[in-house]
Write a protein that binds this ligand. Structure first.
Ligand SMILES: [Zn+2]
Length: 415
């Protein structure tokens, strides 16, 4: 049997006045997602524990069947895995943003999308400054997204679970002082951030960019720290060999840590202009091979539309996912035999707040051995009327693989 999970990132939302009181899922024309709901069943799942920040790192971990309360250590270690950076059991990985701080306020958490070539030079400058220190190793990434690794070298790192840092995208236009690192090892992180100020100012290429009036990098911002998560491989856990299509590093990393094949698709951008059809085709191609039992197709565009507060773009992204991914993939699955298909976002992203939220997301699941409920559309309101509600979203993945599926089994898992 083949299994597919389609993740429209951040798709869950609230009713919009601009959409005549409908949610984007209700307002979008999505016949193929509706068909999944109509031939199967729908419900609600909560993938982000209240005690944790809402984001794809937490949400997708739960969606893949791993309780984030138990397995999530931080965002940076997932990005390290995506880049092929090995972490030792005592090492820590920390996200190192280049940011623009003016008058003690976070003006740009991306240093105005700093070019990768400049970012790389700045990373080299920071590394040179640590010459002789055996612990710190900087890794350049793409644009403002760089990583810093604390190599423990057999001595425990000074950080711990109570070390607190703040994502810089959460404090745009705010004073940074209250959000500097706190807790064990925080003074080390603060010191590195403080040191970066003069180092970046002294870098000629950076000074040149600043002189053009660009919001260039004034300092680093360290956050998202964690250790390599102790994840059991997906195959060991569920007996299925997985593959993932995504344009987002976090999901690539998580996929690698779970032992999945990460399939790169040309034209997948992680943005509204992504090549939806190429993703759909690549998913079908992967399902045809003999090494993929479980295919995950992740699309970031819906989340991005919410971050930009564009309801019409969110609707359009949903329609593209429906037409170019859910439709063709479902057709293929039906044509080849036994299958199950699941659609579920990782977390809600509200157009109103332009950011991630906690709360339930709607899911729809159909396929071999699944009994249909009465729902005929896939959206938040229909899902809320379902008797299936998973407060622990990580219980959804076992449902997908459950062999003798019956509605009573579903009901027994709902609260
Ligand atoms: Zn997002």
């Amino acid at each position: 049997m083949k299994f597919v999970l389609v993740i429209p990132d951040g798709a869950a939302d609230e009713p919009q006045s601009s959409l005549g009181g409908k949610t984007p899922l209700q307002g979008a024309v999505i016949p193929h997602m509706d068909a999944v709901a109509a031939s199967g069943f729908i419900g609600q799942a909560d993938h982000v524990p209240a005690s944790m920040p809402s984001g794809s790192d937490v949400g997708t971990m739960s969606l893949f069947g791993y309780d984030p309360r138990k397995f999530h250590t931080g965002r940076a270690p997932l990005e390290a895995a995506a880049q092929g950076i090995e972490l030792g059991p005592l090492d820590w990985c920390i996200r190192c943003n280049f940011v623009t701080v003016v008058d003690d306020k976070m003006v740009s958490f991306t240093a105005e999308q700093i070019p990768s070539t400049l970012a790389r030079q700045l990373i080299e400058t920071l590394q040179r400054d640590q010459c002789g220190n055996e612990h710190w190793k900087f890794f350049p990434g793409v644009s403002y997204r760089n990583l810093l690794v604390y190599r423990a070298r057999n001595t425990p790192a000074p950080f711990g679970p109570t070390t607190m840092t703040t994502p810089p995208h959460d404090i745009t236009e705010q004073l940074i002082a209250p959000y500097l690192p706190q807790g064990p090892g925080a003074e080390l992180l603060r010191e590195l951030m403080e040191r970066s100020k003069s180092l970046l100012t002294a870098c000629p290429a950076n000074a040149e960019r600043a002189a053009t009036g660009s919001h260039t990098a004034t300092q680093t911002w360290l956050w998202g720290q964690g250790q390599r998560p102790a994840l059991t491989s997906f195959y060991e856990r569920f007996g299925q060999r997985g593959a993932v299509i995504t344009a987002v590093d976090l999901l690539r990393g998580l996929g690698r840590l779970l032992g999945w094949n990460v399939i790169e698709v040309e034209g997948a951008t992680g943005y509204l202009d992504t090549d939806y059809a190429a993703k759909g085709k690549a998913a079908i191609q992967a399902l045809k091979d003999d090494v993929t039992d479980f295919m995950v197709v992740h699309v970031e565009a819906t989340d991005e539309a919410s971050h930009e507060g564009k309801a019409d773009e969110k609707v359009r992204a949903l329609e593209q996912i429906d037409q170019h991914i859910v439709g063709p993939v479902h057709d293929y699955l039906r044509s080849q035999g036994d299958y199950r298909l699941l659609i579920c976002p990782d977390h809600p992203t509200f157009l109103r707040t332009k950011t991630h939220s906690h709360g339930y997301v709607p899911f729809a699941m159909c396929g071999t051995g699944l009994v249909a409920d009465r729902a005929v559309t896939y959206d938040e309101i229909a899902a809320a009327a379902s008797s299936c509600r998973l407060d622990r979203g990580c219980e959804l993945m076992p449902l997908l693989f459950q062999n003798a599926m019956s509605q009573s089994a579903v009901s027994s898992l709902s609260h």
